[in-house]
Design a protein around this ligand. Sequence first.
Ligand SMILES: [Zn+2]
Length: 207
Amino acid sequence: MKIELTLIPVTPFTLTPSDICSLFKKGENNINMPFYVSSIKGMLRAASIFGFRSRFGDGYSCEDTFNKTCPELTEKERNVLKTFPCPICKTYGMLGLKGCSLFITNLNEVVEGKELINYRFLFRGPYYISVSQKPLDIVIICDDKFKCSPLVILLGLHYIDKGIIRLGKFKSRGFGIFKVKMKNGELQKLLNNIDILENELKKCLGV
Ligand SMILES: [Zn+2]
């Protein structure tokens, strides 16, 4: 399944140096390739974990429950999880598990749109911070092995759209807040209605 969406910045956001390196490395060979950006996938993963914690409670994520990843769990720890591997690892991948792939299709534009802003922390600064304020076009491709992946991703996107989960540096200062716009109208409706989304995900997971 292919999920397409745009993250529309409400506040400026930072990208990690490795995100930008991946652009230049791949850019030399094939300028039109979509780009893999690890910090965005990390934000989504964190957002889905937050969603499970908030709406489902204990036992849905290895990291949240044990501060370890699924392949590192002992037999006893595995049994504590509601499903093993957990829906987070199945969706976002982990050693030996592929998970969904995430690409930014307009990273060139986003990086070209970087600008220095002058920012003053309380009692310190001003500092120049390199940020972008361009919308991020994202394509996520999930295979059909784990059919709940799109719902796990939507659960995370809900908390990104609410501004609770943010991207990059200076999150606590309000940087990296996005509104989420799904290309598919049905997915947008699900994203906006957390009660229905929770029920659909429970049905899908069989819990
Ligand atoms: Zn896991």
